[in-house]
Design a protein around this ligand. Structure first.
Ligand SMILES: CC(C)(COP(=O)(O)OP(=O)(O)OC[C@H]1O[C@@H](n2cnc3c(N)ncnc32)[C@H](O)[C@@H]1OP(=O)(O)O)[C@@H](O)C(=O)NCCC(=O)NCCSC(=O)CC(=O)O
Length: 458
């Protein structure tokens, strides 16, 4: 159990340069995620020191660096609102609004929560702050630092999906960590101001996102129809974490991945699909392998399995979008297959093929088919004979490089996958290969763990 020690209001360090009041409109790529529950990650760090060192040394640096980071990422201090005279929601920033940073202490077993074992899904929920979301207004970001005295601490981040995608939220936390690390090097007050390097600085110009196919109107109309005829409420879907949910993180080393790739290539030889182009990347092989193991261990027979792949559109639109673009810039591609095909002997090859086919359609433009994206989000929740899942996160975010000056994280969990049922893919804690996380029943998780290891061991 964790108990709240204090809630700080953190303001940007250089208030003078910020606008008095400003707003950022949501683009169609943001509006797509309007109803999704917040995205939550927890970063666990070892800190085997006395509590006083945390409160006297680390915490002031965390606060100070956060304050500097917020002067660059100031829209995070705003809130989402849908003014009567606006046809869509906007992010409204008013100078003086602080960010709430919760400090808590936990007596839970740090090594258990940050270890490799399966953990009860809800066990880490109290390491995360909630966003204030009402019909009229939604906060955008909340942070919680939780100390596990003598063992470690965690940083929990809860962010609104209609404002930040994975790239933006991980860039923010890495910017905060970068600044904290710099303070760690004992930069004296006189040597400040400490600046964020240009390559981290967020890019805010929304005009760069073009909407020639009027997707904004399509998504808005879908969300407005939901739960009423003109539902301008900002409430998000109240997705529940199923009872008896356990979370697991599974690693595929580089050599495991190479073996899986070789296996797929060798099995494809001599089949009718021999000449089919496969997108044999680390990401595809890893997701395919986890997908097949999960369908087998959850015994999902005679269904359609749907995998929604999140695609970073930043360098895939006609006009390239800077890597530091602040907001959502993700689209989706869909892979569908009968679960019985995944359950068969060639399940892995089938999975790689359908994922490759989905990514192959990127050549027709990342926005091709985008008129269906809001329906995929809705149908995934409602169609009974379809087992939908998605791939959240990305190894390219390199979450394990988020170092606040006391080393790399021991573990990074994407907590919100317990509500969405998605897989989370990331780089790995020991730098070798990738980690895949998901949440399921304890029985299915244990069966998955055994099948997963068996498959790469042989
Ligand atoms: C569409 C993709 C999933 C496909 O990924 P793939 O890895 O299969 O394919 P790819 O074309 O990108 O890369 C193929 C090969 O090119 C090389 N390569 C390309 N770009 C690279 C990069 N930036 N860093 C390192 N390697 C790279 C690699 O060698 C890789 O092979 P190899 O791998 O074998 O070495 C990805 O491109 C993408 O857009 N990922 C980002 C998805 C995303 O934003 N997710 C978050 C959604 S928001 C969300 O979920 C919330 C949240 O996270 O907070």
């Amino acid at each position: 159990m964790s108990k709240i020690i204090e809630i700080f209001n953190v303001s940007p360090s250089s208030q003078e340069e910020l606008p008095l009041e400003t707003s950022l409109p949501l683009t169609f790529l943001d509006i797509l995620w309007l109803r999704l529950p917040p995205v939550q990650r927890i970063f666990f760090y070892e800190f085997p020191h006395q509590t006083s060192l945390f409160y006297n040394t680390l915490l002031p640096k965390l606060k100070k660096s956060l304050s500097i980071a917020l002067s660059y990422f100031y829209p995070l201090l705003g809130h989402l609102t849908w003014p009567n005279d606006s046809h869509k929601p906007i992010i409204k920033f008013i100078k003086g609004n602080p960010l709430s940073l919760t400090i808590a202490e936990s007596d839970a077993d740090f090594n258990h929560l940050s270890g490799k074992n399966l953990t009860e899904a809800k066990q880490i929920h109290d390491l995360l702050p909630n966003l204030n979301i009402s019909h009229d207004q939604a906060s955008i970001l909340a942070l919680q630092v939780t100390l596990f005295p003598n063992y470690g601490f965690s940083i929990g981040i809860t962010s609104h999906h209609a404002v930040l995608d994975g790239k933006t939220s991980t860039s923010f936390i890495k910017s905060w960590a970068y600044l904290c690390r710099k303070l760690e090097n004992e930069v004296s007050e006189l040597e400040l101001p400490l600046c964020l390097p240009h390559e981290f600085c967020p890019f805010y110009d929304r005009k760069i996102i073009k909407d020639p196919n009027e997707l904004e109107a399509k998504y808005l109309s879908d969300w407005l129809k939901q739960g009423g005829t003109n539902n301008r409420s900002l409430m998000v879907w109240d997705l529940q974490v199923p009872e008896d949910s356990f979370r697991g993180l599974f690693q595929l080393s580089r050599s495991n991945i190479e073996k899986l790739k070789e296996f797929v290539v060798s099995k494809q030889k001599g089949t009718r699909n021999e000449n089919k182009n496969l997108h044999l990347s680390t990401f595809v092989v890893s997701i395919a392998y986890a997908w097949v193991c999960r369908v087998k261990t959850e015994e999902i027979e005679n269904k359609n399995a749907m995998m929604v792949l999140n695609i970073d559109c930043r360098n895939r639109l006609d006009q390239p979008i800077p890597a530091t673009y602040f907001g959502n810039c993700i689209g989706g591609k869909l892979a569908i297959v009968k679960t019985n095909e995944l359950l068969g002997e060639d399940g892995l090859i089938v999975a790689v093929e359908v994922l490759s086919e989905a990514l192959e359609t990127l050549k027709d433009g990342v926005l091709n088919g985008a008129e269906n994206w809001s329906s995929w989000l809705l149908d995934g929740l409602t169609i009974a004979d379809v087992k939908t899942t998605g791939a959240a996160g990305s190894p390219k975010f390199e979450v394990y490089s988020t170092d606040f000056g006391c080393g790399k994280p021991k573990k990074v969990e994407m907590v919100s996958i317990d509500r969405t049922g998605a897989y989370c893919v990331s780089d790995s804690s020991n730098g070798d290969g990738v980690e895949i996380g998901f949440v399921s029943t304890k029985k299915a998780m244990e069966a998955f763990a055994s099948l997963f290891v068996k498959g790469i061991g042989s």
